[in-house]
Design a protein around this ligand. Structure first.
Ligand SMILES: [Zn+2]
Length: 367
């Protein structure tokens, strides 16, 4: 048996239960969980989820949530070759069928079984996935496919590695922009969890200039301090961000934009920032915001704007990030962590998070 925090009912606190410990077989492994990253204010998100996104199922209750687990490989199935017991790993919660044309071409997010295990699914097929992989990261041991694991570099601590999911989401979006070296990038929501990660990877890949847009000045200043010559900051409480970008770029506009707005954000902020894109500009949307955005389709065509949606990241991209951490190209020490033990998980998920925007990572430590 093992300890697991389980949600028995949406809106109720999680309970620490004794549940059956998984056993590895075939291509699967069992990971001894050391820590698990957490969505800030998760309790509120879960309480509203089925109202906000009725098409996206949560796992059946009682459920073990936990999106970004890290730990040590405990046991491997008889067909596993890529990892061995003792390896330090991040478990990518992205699950898909593994056999369709998208899965086999490295695009599992396009699979019709795509699911974020330990959090939610994208359609009813996810219920089959939840049945096969019952544990998120808020427990002592979880079962996962071997091909979901990213080995954690020696210079990255477990607590830091719990940020892989958010970092990967930003990294994957930047890859969809294309070559970054010498180009210009708008980040809308720049001081949030996705925004800060995007800034770190864009700087590491030679971005020419980042136009960072957020509300509060103190965190924007902290973002600028990462690279004062290449990060320009703007508080959109002080005017139009699109107009500011045009001023900064001799009216040309910026090459790329990442939008990272969180749930229930005002979409007018996205629309405003979009107007700062140049001809041929590319926008990648990775935030959790929802709603209808009025877009001038003539502008879209005439200016040859590309609008891309991007969800999560692949294991391959996880390994690329690990290489950048290992080499020092991206220094995770600019981020801080705030953690709670599994026994006190309800404090953690109830919005106790009060760190420094995207500079703080929130996690549960599994004791
Ligand atoms: Zn598939």
């Amino acid at each position: 048996m093992m300890k697991a925090a389980r949600l028995h009912q949406v809106g109720a606190p999680m309970q620490i239960d004794a549940v059956e410990k998984p056993v590895a077989s075939g291509q699967d492994v069992v990971v001894e969980v050391r820590a698990c990253g957490m969505v800030p204010n998760l309790a509120n998100v879960l309480a509203n989820w089925e109202t906000w996104y009725p098409q996206m199922p949560l796992p059946p209750r009682p459920a073990i949530f936990g999106l970004d687990p890290v730990g040590i490989v405990h046991q491997v199935g008889d067909k596993v070759m890529s990892v061995k017991p003792g390896d330090r790993v991040y478990v990518n919660p992205g699950r898909a069928c593994g056999g369709c044309r998208f899965c086999t071409s490295g695009q599992p997010q396009k699979c019709d079984h795509w699911t974020l295990n330990g959090y939610f699914g994208y359609n009813q097929n996810s219920l089959r996935v939840f049945e096969r992989y019952k544990q998120g990261g808020f427990c002592q041991y979880l079962e996962a496919p071997a091909n979901a694991l990213v080995k954690i570099p020696e210079n990255v601590e477990f607590a830091q590695a719990t940020r892989f999911g958010y970092l990967g989401t930003s990294y994957s979006a930047l890859r969809k922009c294309g070559t970054l070296a010498g180009k210009t990038l708008i980040i809308n929501g720049a001081t949030g969890t996705l925004g800060v990660g995007a800034a770190l990877f864009a700087l590491a890949q030679g971005i020419g200039k980042i136009y960072a847009i957020a509300r509060g000045k103190p965190l924007l200043e902290r973002l600028k301090a990462l690279d004062p010559a290449r990060v320009e900051i703007f508080s959109n409480t002080e005017g139009s961000s699109g107009e500011w970008i045009k001023e900064q770029t001799q009216r040309l506009g910026a090459d790329f934009m990442l939008d990272t707005l969180g749930a229930v954000a005002d979409l007018s902020s996205m629309k405003d920032a979009m107007s700062g894109l140049r001809r041929g500009g590319r926008l990648v949307n990775i935030g959790g915001t929802a709603g209808d955005l009025p877009v001038d389709v003539k502008w879209w065509m005439d200016e040859q704007i590309e609008l891309i949606g991007s969800v999560w990241f692949t294991v391959a991209e996880g390994y690329e990030m690990a290489g950048m951490f290992s080499s020092g190209a991206v220094d995770l020490n600019v981020l801080e962590t705030q953690s709670w033990p599994l026994s006190d998980i309800n404090s953690g998920i109830n919005g106790a998070a009060n760190g420094n925007g995207g500079f703080t990572s929130y996690l549960i430590e599994i004791d």
